[in-house]
Write a protein that binds this ligand. Structure first.
Ligand SMILES: Nc1nc2c([nH]c(=O)n2[C@@H]2O[C@H](COP(=O)(O)OP(=O)(O)OP(=O)(O)O)[C@@H](O)[C@H]2O)c(=O)[nH]1
Ligand SMILES: [Mg+2]
Length: 317
């Protein structure tokens, strides 16, 4: 698909109770009946914050001060491409009304998933609700206690989602370490997924992260929908497989070269975006990234960053 993408700006408008304003697309618009973040198309040469303030006045009758960018999602639809640039609305005055006949709803963040939204909005909801960093654990080496202490330190630095990798060790040590890591994470309300046998993950009461080769061999969802499932992807074909299995999110890369894969160049952000626009899955970008790269990752449609070194060691190492 080669036509230029349509630049769209949309706002996260929050009330005093933390609820978010959604607007329902009318029967005469495209994607009729779906709920969206209020906003619209940028005019040629118009700055994003100006365009958003104008749209919020036209559609809702409010005066808004536009705040920080949240995420920009490149998305391909059957007959067009868009780039959905979502900004927080810092302050606003007036009473929102559906000035174009559209229904409005104030929705608590945890209930956003109950509203049918266009594909481009699913990564936006993920950026609002899910952790922005996904730690992939390094190999434990010989010292299990030191590895568990490292995990504890990462959590203390506010890692909220972890992929446990324990390759190349006897099954008994693997099961024991997984159990201890899971206990540590669950106690601190950190979301845990195990990169390994689904049966072992089930026994430890944690989610499952599929490597791309495990993903390729999987014919059906290995865990019930209530158990978190994620996968590592490197191509559009693998993203489609992850969608078909009902993955909750994926990891995509490598964006930059990384010591984990010596001699393999990164795909770069343009190729990341080209893949991003063909799926609605929330995506963590991986490959030489650290927390300091989050804003850049979000500008390219990633919901967050995944890393071993960048999240295990010092905060921005
Ligand atoms: N405003 C908004 N548009 C979205 C969202 N998600 C999403 O895919 N879109 C798409 O982005 C495009 C924005 O169009 P729009 O209909 O809001 O544009 P607009 O307000 O300028 O309206 P108009 O062109 O009818 O004057 C549509 O193709 C819409 O389907 C979203 O959350 N908010
Ligand atoms: Mg609009």
């Amino acid at each position: 698909m080669s036509e230029r993408s349509i630049e769209v700006v949309a706002g996260v408008i929050t009330d005093a109770r933390g609820r978010i304003l959604l607007s329902r697309r009318t029967p005469t618009q495209d994607l009729p009946g779906l709920w969206e973040f209020p906003g619209g198309k940028r005019e040629p040469g118009e700055a994003a914050d100006h365009a958003l303030a104008r749209e919020l006045d036209e559609e809702l009758g409010i005066r808004a001060v536009i705040g920080a960018p949240l995420i920009a999602v490149p998305q391909a639809y059957p007959h067009k491409r868009i780039r959905l640039d979502v900004r927080h609305v810092a302050r606003w005055t007036g009473t929102p009304r559906g000035r174009e006949g559209q229904a409005l709803a104030w929705v608590a963040p945890e209930r956003l998933g109950r509203y049918s939204m266009p594909p481009a909005d699913l990564p936006v909801v993920a950026a609002l609700r899910q952790p922005s960093a996904y730690l992939v654990t390094p190999e434990p080496g010989d010292d299990d206690a030191e590895w568990l202490a490292g995990l504890d330190r990462a959590i203390a630095r506010d890692v909220r989602r972890v992929q446990i990798r324990l390759h190349g060790m006897p099954p008994s040590r693997q099961a024991r370490l997984l159990g201890e890591a899971a206990t540590l994470c669950v106690r601190r309300q950190v979301d845990v997924l195990f990169n390994g046998a689904p049966a072992l993950a089930r026994a430890a009461g944690v989610g499952v992260h599929l490597s791309s080769s495990a993903l390729r061999g999987m014919r059906e969802r290995p865990v019930p929908p209530s158990v978190r499932l994620a996968a590592s992807c490197h191509s559009l074909e693998e993203l489609r497989m992850a969608e078909a299995l009902g993955c909750d999110f994926v990891v995509l890369g490598h964006v930059h070269a990384t010591p984990s894969h010596p001699g393999v160049p990164g795909i770069g952000w343009p190729a990341f975006e080209a893949l991003r626009e063909h799926t609605a899955l929330p995506i963590y970008a991986i490959g030489g990234l650290a927390p300091a790269d989050l804003d850049e990752a979000r500008r390219h449609g990633a919901q967050g960053i995944a890393a071993i070194r960048g999240l295990w060691g010092a905060a921005d190492a």
